[in-house]
Design a protein around this ligand. Structure first.
Ligand code: FO1
Length: 319
């Protein structure tokens, strides 16, 4: 008998929390977390892969609990020394985090793929899930704003998401394709081991859209034929963290969970709606599970994960 398998799509902090909940909730099932790399960039000569690292640190139990990104108990000697030399300090790399970027950059230069390096880092952090970059080739997110076009981290960190978003663009070379680990996971899923695909509560426009923009990936997910369920990134009509609601307003779409469902379109079979938005349920033309989606504690993460998987399985049994 094949091992049951859950596939999750994740961006940054919110997505990683649910992925962590899934890892702890699944007793005998395997978890593959496909992570956005549209935010990756070269900084200070290093390959920084923020969402991959947020997944690694969160599932590895070493994430900074205050910021959600970076490592816990971090020290900042490198950053302080860099500041004294007049170096760039708008993007903060802690000393422990720096080791990740240095080692990743060295291994990429030696010819290893981002997927292989990430899998090895995950193993060394003792993570019992596959953390998989969406692609080994660069696909980058750019934000068109009233103040010009920004690379993602320029918009997000340097400008603190202040410029007004007009549109979001993904640039990619001709050879961009789902990473081998994503393709292997989808092949395993087609063997009927897959129980569900979960779209974590990450920003749909900035974090999940780049994953779905990898050529062939959206169709491959749909072709698995298993239930695809998204967990709402909005709680009480606004984002727990980050600019989801601000961007929706600036793009001129209604700011509400029902719009997220519309945005994902035919990809979804079900939607997990926060209890504070329960009144929107009648506007959603899909099966909906209403629950408290706020993940303040590790127990919350596991509870939301369990409810999401049970909901998806229920959809499967109805199919
Ligand atoms: N986010 C910030 O708001 N400020 C930072 O200085 C910052 C540094 C940073 C370093 C490494 C890393 O992996 C992530 C970091 N982030 C920082 C978070 C990151 O830019 C965003 O949260 C994600 O790209 C969006 O998901």
């Amino acid at each position: 008998m094949s091992t049951p398998h859950i596939l999750a799509l994740s961006g940054g902090v919110g997505g990683a929390k649910l992925a962590d909940g899934l890892m702890h909730a699944l007793d005998d099932a395997r978890l593959t977390v496909v992570v956005n790399t549209g935010d990756d960039f070269t900084h200070l000569g290093l390959h920084v892969s923020p969402d991959v690292d947020t997944a690694l640190y969160t599932l590895g139990g070493v994430a900074n609990p205050e910021t959600g990104w970076g490592r816990r108990d971090e020290t900042w000697t490198f950053m302080d020394a860099l500041a004294k030399l007049g170096g760039e300090t708008w993007f903060r790399l802690g000393d422990g985090d720096l080791a990740t970027h240095v080692e990743r950059t060295r291994r990429l230069a030696a010819g290893e793929t981002l997927s292989a390096i990430t899998a090895d880092f995950a193993r060394r952090l003792g993570i019992e899930a596959d953390i998989v970059p969406m692609s080994d080739q660069p696909l980058r997110t750019h934000v068109h704003t009233d103040e010009g076009i920004f690379d993602f981290q320029d918009y997000f960190v340097r400008h603190q998401c202040r410029p007004v978003t007009r549109s979001i663009e993904f640039t990619q070379g001709e050879d961009v394709r789902p990473s081998p680990a994503v393709r292997a996971a989808l092949a395993a899923l087609a063997d009927d081991a897959l129980e569900a695909i979960v779209i974590c509560p990450s920003n749909p426009y900035l974090s999940i859209a780049p994953i779905l923009a990898v050529p062939g990936l959206r169709d491959a997910l749909r072709a698995t034929g298993v239930p695809i369920v998204a967990v709402s990134p909005l709680v009480g009509g606004t984002a727990v963290k980050g600019p989801t609601a601000k961007i929706m307003a600036e793009l001129g779409v209604p700011v509400g969970a029902e719009q997220i469902v519309r945005y994902y379109g035919d990809l979804l079979d079900g939607f997990v709606l926060d209890v504070r938005d329960a009144h929107l349920q009648e506007r959603i033309a899909l099966p909906v599970h209403v629950t408290d989606t706020l993940m303040r504690t590790p127990q919350d993460r596991v509870r939301v994960a369990r409810e999401t998987v049970d909901f998806a399985k229920h959809l499967k049994s109805r199919a």
